[in-house]
Design a protein around this ligand. Structure first.
Ligand code: FUC
Length: 837
């Protein structure tokens, strides 16, 4: 797809000085690989010392269902992802034949692009609004939850489009799908090699495969460059002439196209998906130092070369569309991938390997290097591969380096899967190895897509959040139709439902299971991220030109979708709590999201000094919204009636939305509700799927219980993480990685209650440490240094000026800041000293 121009995020330039990871770790004793000048296992690296075999190669299995591990074990648990936000791959590191799986974020089945498809595709909403009064009346007639409301909702608040690939002839919802695989035969048998390493260096955004064969050192280096829209695979050897490679492309099996020679040293595949005719192109060019390069039978053959660089460009004809014509089958078609891949390839070839790598490294480091974390002065405790570290950790061996690695891996994944001008990170970020994936590898809006973006702003990667905002913009026009179809022709604003795709899909799906398929606050929830982006960056221009409209449209929908009850209160009726329980007349979750978006809209309208009358309406609804309730065992009630089951272990904890990610429950402002939330978390337990542990980690941190938050973090690492550190539902889902990274920040700093709270949930196990470069709301950048479980010093850099309020334990301090200035806060004996630096 073509890049779109987006509002730039805040860019912080760190003034602080710290030792670069590589230099720092170079001093440590280690069993260095004799082969390498740079030991990539040092610094921040995830690595293995055993190769993968090819057992998962091209095992195209369709519709593997939603849960359980991926049938390709090595891909899911032992491969390394690279990506530039849109074009990515997984490196398997097999010796005899290197295997790389390939993805482009916009390669999707489904959508309107089949003849006559637009009419059919956009006819996915039902006219649920016609039974709304009946449903609401039944809540009065039967004094609450009842079967009439349930049946009417099941039959009218679903949509017309199926979710499973075989549920309809023209698979409208579609699925993210693989772009195929590369196989590179090397002629080197696994039995001939020693000193094998497969490394993902987070410091360099580089995957390295290296080994010793016949006394010579072989290296393969892989990266995907954002500035040059190109992927590079470089094969090197210490002895000249030893590279004998055959490079083949295996296409997506549900596509038609063919591999052709592209000049004398390259190949090109120009194909179309069977499902929707989406065109996609892969172009590969080999540049060899000495030796020969030829193309035979669609494969590139390299003989007797010293080093070889493969330049790989890939693209689709997908066009992001903010204003789709609902009569146009081709509303999302608009890029010529033959041309874009040619241009990208030519440009990178002219630049050459070193320049392309240097640009990639500079681009990546400018983001990644902003945040450093050091827990208990951890250093590399031993020179062991990550799978062994994780295994030790599972057996109870403490490893703060592994925890830091996990934290930074989340930041790496966000940079690799979400860059400006592209689609946001999907359920697997950017990476999937099959023709269809679990939950279609879609955009899941009842927690998963939102969780992907929890770390973006606080982990100093606000630029990486712009794809989410652009994506939200694409949902508005279709989402206005969905809002009207279910809540009446006069309904203002927009919303979306539980699952969305890249073709503006906002309708509920056809399932009558309302526990998951009724999700009308998905839109307002997404829009809270628009406010959050503003709140962190304080980019008023963004708020005025882009953000406010999205927030206002969501607030309007939130208001209009409520039931104004005869008793003068507002309630979300019907509503549900994901993904269990009845059709209710006021699920806590729905109200919590409504509260949040109304608060956001009120603040935003004040800042821009607009919409005073709307503001009054929003405030009025806030005042009259059904309040939080505490139930019979002290729990924060999930539904309008006290029907919660204390034995319920369900993974969704959406009714605690106000605690996290929201801000309407806090131990400081609402201690009773906070205690009631704690009871919910205690009852739900400390296990769950990967992302759910990630969420509960954040919620425990918001309760200021560092040790319990740490327990959840440990459980996430022990029980919800694969050896390559990918989050496991199972299957692999990237949300848990992002939830984990965000949770660590919530333990060290929070800023959602109008002040910066330092070390609000510090576990005993992190007695001392340093974190540099976290971001707080208000456009502040924060470093924290603590020792013996006590704050020693913090540094605050002010991006926009204004009042800064800091809390540590029960002490608060407020001071005025100037944009661009930094301030040191020394904490000593319960007193703060503030120095302007
Ligand atoms: C939500 C979760 C499931 C899964 C799916 C992608 O619906 O309840 O566990 O993560 O999203």
């Amino acid at each position: 797809m073509r890049r779109v121009v987006v509002a730039a995020g805040c860019i912080f330039l760190l003034s602080c000085v710290y030792i670069k990871a590589e230099e720092c770790y170079a001093e440590q004793t280690s069993v260095a690989i004799a082969c390498d000048t740079v030991d990539y296992t040092k610094g921040l690296s995830v690595w293995f010392d055993t190769p993968n075999d090819l057992s998962g190669k091209e095992i195209w299995t369709v519709n593997n269902g939603n849960s359980g591990s991926n049938p390709d074990f090595a891909w899911e648990q032992r491969s390394f992802p690279i990506g530039n936000g849109s074009f990515g791959g997984n490196i398997l590191g097999s010796v005899e034949t290197e295997r790389i799986t390939l993805n482009e974020k916009s390669l999707w089945k489904g959508g309107p692009n089949v003849p006559g498809g637009a009419r059919y595709y956009w006819d996915a909403n039902k006219e649920g609004y016609k039974v709304l009064d009946q449903i609401r009346h039944s809540f009065i007639q039967f004094s609450g939850i009842n079967s009439v409301a349930t049946e009417l909702t099941r039959n009218n608040f679903n949509g017309k489009c199926g979710y499973e690939p075989d549920s309809e002839e023209s698979f409208r919802f579609g699925s993210f799908t693989t772009m195929g695989e590369f196989h590179i035969d090397t002629g080197i048998a696994e039995s001939e090699i020693s000193d094998y390493r497969r490394i993902l260096s987070l410091d360099s955004a580089l995957v390295v495969v290296q080994f010793n064969a016949g006394g010579d050192c072989f290296y393969r280096k892989f990266f995907s460059s954002y500035p040059d829209s190109i992927m590079i695979y470089r094969f090197e050897c210490t002895r000249p002439g030893r590279q004998n490679l055959t490079f083949r492309y295996v296409a997506n099996p549900q596509a038609s196209g063919s591999v052709e020679a592209d000049g004398t040293t390259g190949i090109v595949y120009n194909g179309r998906l069977d499902s929707n005719g989406m065109q996609f192109v892969i172009r590969v060019r080999a540049v060899a130092e000495s030796g020969t390069v030829t193309v035979e039978n669609g494969a590139i053959k390299v003989i007797g070369a010293d080093n070889v660089t493969f330049y790989v460009a890939g693209d689709t004809d997908y066009k992001m569309n903010y204003n789709p014509d609902f009569n146009d089958d081709r509303a999302y078609v608009g890029v010529d991938p033959v041309m874009t891949t040619q241009n990208n390839l030519d440009f990178a070839l002219a630049k050459g390997y070193d320049a392309v790598y240097n640009a990639h490294r500079a681009d990546y480091s400018a983001l990644f290097d902003r945040v450093k974390i050091d827990l208990n002065e951890s250093k590399l405790v031993s020179d062991i591969p990550t799978d062994m570290r994780l295994s030790n950790y599972r057996n109870g061996i403490s490893d703060h380096y592994l925890e830091e690695l996990y934290f930074q891996f989340g930041r790496y994944l966000l940079i690799a899967s979400s860059r400006a001008g592209n689609l946001p990170a999907n359920l697997q970020g950017l990476w999937h190895n099959n023709v269809e994936g679990p939950w279609r590898v879609d955009y899941h809006n009842n927690i998963n897509l939102q969780m992907n973006y929890w770390p973006a702003c606080p982990a100093n990667l606000s630029e990486c959040q712009t794809p989410l905002i652009e994506y939200i913009r694409t949902l508005v026009k279709p989402g206005e139709r969905t809002a009207k179809a279910y809540y009446g022709p006069d309904t203002r604003g927009w919303t979306t439902s539980v699952s969305s795709n890249i073709f503006g899909f906002t309708s509920p799906l056809s399932s009558r299971d309302m526990s998951w398929n009724f999700s009308f606050v998905a839109g307002p929830w997404l829009a809270t991220h628009v406010w959050e982006y503003y709140d962190y960056t304080r980019d008023e221009d963004f708020l005025r030109t882009t953000g406010y409209e999205l927030i206002k449209g969501s607030a309007e929908f939130a208001v209009n979708h409520l039931w104004y009850k005869p008793d003068g209160s507002y309630a979300a009726a019907p509503s549900t709590s994901p993904e269990h329980g009845p059709v209710d007349q006021g699920a806590t979750f729905a109200h919590a999201v409504v509260r949040e978006i109304l608060l956001d809209a009120i603040e935003a309208s004040k800042i821009l000094n607009v919409d005073a009358s709307e503001r009054e309406e929003w405030q009025e609804v806030l005042n009259k919204l059904m309040p939080y309730k505490i139930g019979r065992y002290g729990q924060l009630m999930e539904w309008s009636a006290d029907i919660d089951d204390p034995k319920d272990k369900h993974r969704h904890v959406n009714h605690l939305f106000g605690l996290h990610p929201g801000r309407t429950i806090s131990p400081i402002t609402t201690p009773e509700l906070s205690t009631a939330s704690r009871i919910v978390l205690e009852k739900r337990g400390d296990g769950a799927t990967g992302w759910s542990m990630g969420w509960k980690l954040n919620q425990w941190a918001r309760l200021h219980d560092g040790n319990h938050a740490y327990l959840l973090f440990q459980n996430l690492l022990k029980n919800g993480t694969a050896d390559n550190l990918w989050d496991m539902h199972p299957p692999f889902q990237i949300d848990g990685n992002f939830g984990g990274t965000a949770g660590i920040i919530e333990m060290l700093m929070q800023s959602h209650m109008g002040f910066i709270h330092l070390l609000p949930a510090l576990p005993d196990k992190w007695a001392s440490g340093d974190v540099i470069g976290l971001c707080a709301r208000g456009n502040f950048e924060v470093d924290i240094h603590w020792e013996k479980e006590e704050l020693v010093k913090a540094v605050i850099r002010s991006g926009s000026g204004g009042m800064c309020s800091i809390r540590y334990k029960d002490s608060m301090v407020n001071f005025d800041t100037k944009a661009g200035k930094s301030y040191s806060l020394i904490y000593d004996n319960s007193l703060f000293r503030i120095l302007e630096n």
